[in-house]
Design a protein. Structure first.
Length: 152
């Protein structure tokens, strides 16, 4: 919505030299200013978003990494929509999950996201209030994540 995940995704895909794709929910949402926070209700109520068709077929990939925010301490509708459609196709693949968020402790939200995946997921999170969006800390966390993702 505000480009935080996109920026991180571009950085990580450059390091992994992998394809990258934006998961787009069809529902047009308020994305600017404080009013964007009204979208939290649809995440808290576990809304499954309808997403645009993908450009890249998940069947063609051995590893899939999702980078997403969370809203109101809950998985966002676009990712629920993606996993609702593609969960079965993700079985047997190496899966990764990275969250970006402002200040909430992400540990419980990670559990909520993990439940949506068919298998175990290598997970990391980048929380602004912990300084994890600052370049040095961010790069360090990216390196740790990539090393875990490669090993698992
Ligand atoms: C509707 C909404 C609800 C949010 N709820 C939380 C929250 O519960 N905890 C938190 O730390 N950040 C929350 N955030 C902040 C986003 O998770 C954070 O800004 C994220 O990096 C946005 O990524 P994006 O720019 O790629 O959309 C919320 C943002 C929005 C728009």
């Amino acid at each position: 919505m505000t480009g935080n995940c996109e920026r991180l995704a571009n950085k990580i895909s450059a390091q992994l030299e992998c394809d990258i794709e934006r998961i787009i929910e069809q529902n047009k949402r308020i994305s600017k200013g404080f009013l964007r926070f009204v979208n939290g209700g649809s995440a808290a109520s576990k809304k499954i978003g309808k997403i645009n068709p993908l450009i890249n077929n998940p069947d063609n990939y051995e590893r899939i990494l999702i980078i997403t925010p969370f809203w109101a301490s809950s998985p966002i509708p676009a990712i629920r929509g993606f996993l609702d459609l593609y969960k079965d196709k993700m079985k047997g693949k190496k899966l990764g999950l990275i969250l970006t968020n402002l200040g909430t402790d992400p540990s419980e939200v990670i559990l909520k996201y993990n439940e949506l995946f068919p298998e175990s997921v290598t997970t990391s999170s980048f929380t602004k209030s912990k300084g994890e969006w600052e370049e040095f800390k961010e790069n360090e966390k990216i390196d740790i994540f990539i090393s875990d993702f490669n090993d698992n």
